[in-house]
Unconditional design. Structure first.
Length: 79
């Protein structure tokens, strides 16, 4: 999994947004575990997998970066 696109990101707020954030966090963790497992089994090589890239689409956000960082499991130092 390379990209996760979240359309109408401004709709994910409150309790529903918290639930979506948890699902996205689990998805990111699952991708990391699956990449390590598949990498060792297929190529017999240990590597550091890249997490999926999260993309958000919304036309009506006042603070998009803050909102998206709360929604997606991305580190503070990555942009």
């Amino acid at each position: 999994l390379q990209y996760v696109v979240i359309d109408e990101a401004h709709m994910y707020e409150g309790v529903f947004g918290a639930h979506v954030a948890m699902v996205l966090s689990r998805l990111s963790r699952l991708c990391s575990v699956a990449s390590r497992t598949l990498g060792k089994n297929v190529a017999n090589v240990d590597f550091s997998p890249l997490p999926p890239t999260f993309l958000g689409c919304s036309a009506t956000m006042t603070h998009p970066e803050h909102h998206f960082r709360m929604l997606c499991p991305i580190p503070k130092d990555s942009v």
